[in-house]
Design a protein around this ligand. Structure first.
Ligand code: PEP
Ligand code: MN
Length: 333
């Protein structure tokens, strides 16, 4: 249930109402917006008398929320959430360009790519250290050593870093990582999500290969229900019957998610298409659809990449793309 308070309600009256809801064993999520304050009630609200709540002089309106996701629901929090990472803001019109290789391979590789993407305007560096590979015989990532190299690139360029965590047991290695990524394959690893809900770092949550938007939002809800509200959603393509692309980029997910949730939504055109030459057009389409950012794979030598070379842009291709993305965003204003 959401309860919208009238403007100018005193703190004392507001607290009294919140206490009353809490006495009914409900959680109360308070969202203070510019124009109104919204109380989101979490738990079994069947015992709350809607008409009685509506009749209170400090209440503007109240209604039941049918969706099972509450904390990430836009009805609970009408204004866009802005996730901040150092000086970088994501959401509510703040667009983040995230770029870097699929996997960290060496100090030279990650620093070369980090410098290049920074020069082209990227604000966050990506790079996988723990890699979820389909085959156990493929390169599995450099693990903790990869994180050290990412930190060296962060030190060199000043770019915050995002990298994937596959197991909560690895958390101590992620202490200096700025954003923790939950990959598509772990979107419904509920134990991992609960654990990430207890830390104070933004989480980049990628949509599972065959998951609905509602399932994505329920996964975000897991993180938020455990106390971490800094969640960024990522559409990265889903399995359909596409034959020439790695996945199908569900771009309608961007405006739909913006209706359903206040969380920022970014797009990964690299994993969505699997083909470098398709990354620029889909990036521009994502920007035009209102995405809050892009995460793009860039490699200094795609032909020799240890992972996902076919979908990786060369630094000069990323540079050209970054300019076009800026132009599309200007055109939308
Ligand atoms: C990645 O971003 O490195 C990755 C493995 O992506 P996804 O989880 O979307 O497949
Ligand atoms: Mn990849």
């Amino acid at each position: 249930m959401i309860v919208v308070l009238k403007n100018g309600v005193s703190k004392a009256r507001q607290d009294q109402l919140i206490e009353w809801f809490k006495s009914m064993d409900l959680g109360v999520h308070v969202s203070v917006g510019e124009s109104s304050t919204v109380l989101g009630l979490i738990g079994d609200t069947t015992k709350v008398d809607l008409e009685l709540v509506e009749s209170l002089d400090i209440v503007d309106s109240a209604k039941r929320v049918s969706e099972r996701f509450k904390r990430c629901n836009r009805k609970f929090h009408p204004e866009d959430t802005v996730v901040e990472v150092g000086d970088v803001k994501i959401g509510a019109g703040n667009f983040a360009m995230i770029a870097g290789p699929c996997s960290v391979e060496s100090e030279e590789q990650i620093i070369t790519v980090a410098r290049a993407v920074k020069a082209s305007g990227a604000q966050i560096l990506r790079g996988g250290a723990f890699k979820p590979r389909t085959s156990p015989y493929d390169f599995q990532g450099l693990g903790g050593e990869g994180i050290k190299l990412l930190l060296a690139a962060k030190k060199d360029t000043g770019l915050p870093i995002v990298t994937e965590i596959m197991s909560a047991a690895d958390l101590p290695l992620f202490e200096e990582v700025d954003i923790l990524q939950v990959g598509a394959r772990n979107m419904q690893n509920f134990d991992l999500l609960k654990e990430l809900g207890t830390i104070d770092k933004p989480i980049l949550l990628k949509r599972g290969l065959a998951n609905t938007l509602q399932e994505l939002l329920m996964s975000a809800e897991y993180i938020m229900a455990s106390g971490n509200e800094r969640v960024i959603l990522c559409e990265r393509g889903i399995r359909t019957y596409s034959d020439y692309t790695r996945n199908t980029l569900d771009l309608a997910a961007v405006p739909m998610l913006h209706e359903l949730t206040h969380l920022p939504v970014i797009v990964d055109p690299s994993h969505a298409t699997g083909i470098a030459r398709l990354v620029p057009p889909m990036s521009l389409a994502a920007a035009a659809a209102g995405a809050d950012g892009l995460i793009i794979e860039v490699h200094n030598d795609p032909m020799h990449a240890l992972c996902d070379g076919a979908q990786s842009l060369r630094p000069e291709e990323f540079d050209a793309l970054a300019r076009k993305v800026t132009a599309v965003r200007e055109a939308l204003k």
